[in-house]
Design a protein around this ligand. Sequence first.
Ligand SMILES: Cc1cc2nc3c(=O)[nH]c(=O)nc-3n(C[C@H](O)[C@H](O)[C@H](O)COP(=O)(O)OP(=O)(O)OC[C@H]3O[C@@H](n4cnc5c(N)ncnc54)[C@H](O)[C@@H]3O)c2cc1C
Length: 299
Amino acid sequence: MNYLLLGNSGLRVSELCLGTMTFGEDWGWGGGVEDCRKMFDLFANAGGNFIDTANLYTNGTSEKIVGDPLPASSIHKCYRAVLNAGDVPKDLRWAAATLWAAHDTHIVHYPLRGWKLFNLVATTIGKDISQGHNEVASPEEVLPQFAHYCEKPLKLMRTPKQFTRWILRYRDPIDQWTQGPVALLGDAAHLMLQYMAQGAAMAMEDAVALGVACDASPGDFEKAFKRYQDMRLVRASRVHISADSLIGQIFHVPDGIERLVRNQIFMGRKPERYYDALEWVFAAPDYVRDFNKKSRKKN
Ligand SMILES: Cc1cc2nc3c(=O)[nH]c(=O)nc-3n(C[C@H](O)[C@H](O)[C@H](O)COP(=O)(O)OP(=O)(O)OC[C@H]3O[C@@H](n4cnc5c(N)ncnc54)[C@H](O)[C@@H]3O)c2cc1C
């Protein structure tokens, strides 16, 4: 097998690429699992390491055969709508991220683009009903799932003419993001639920840390990737675990004793205490602050 260097990444990729769009019979043609595994092994044993796959090939079967299937769908489902600020009920035009929580559901809303738009995200827990990637959902589908809410948030929920549906996917935290000359970042390294609203923020911090680590060990990517993982693992995993277990559980507790305990924890809390509790999230790590300073100087 002949190899080429992939840009200046240091990665050696085989000149031959194995296309796997025909792995799986879901589209009425293509290969069965056994045949595809044989093809894959033949290619890998001949030294091939360049594989074309995608999460949508044969409805995900291709990735299952190749070995990195789409993560399991969680039972969490989001409905989103962006509204014109003028359409939002006046008594809910608050200049803050607002959360309404009830059993197995919560609703979040906040203004966008200097009060021109308003973002509404309503989450439910229950059976998934589709692949759920930015699909259109009607109010008739959404509203019954929030029928147990009081009138104020319901008035807002009745405003959009349509929502988009997202079925959320999830992976447990892992403590190895790198092996040899390969490193994962963003959702590939830490696929969390969105309850801390930090998935993309963590992906960007990963990118900054990766750049810093690579600058510190020019050409030695294996060393740089280990350093990158050391810089990022605990912080990103803390967000990951907080989003999935801590916050998720608080938002969605059932009626009864768990709800009473949740309410007591938050009752009478001053805004400052909320900010203090989240300081660790929004106080950027040193490498991000340095990066910001350098970018500002450049501009
Ligand atoms: C409902 C919802 C609300 C969210 N809210 C927030 C928020 O408020 N704040 C926040 O910070 N984050 C939020 N997130 C999380 C955020 O969207 C993700 O963490 C972020 O997009 C991850 O970026 P990424 O680049 O790692 O992955 P992605 O954005 O998923 O990018 C990966 C790309 O790779 C492509 N791809 C996949 N397979 C292949 C292949 N085989 N070959 C080539 N390309 C491929 C995909 O098509 C995709 O374009 C939210 C997520 C959801 C679902």
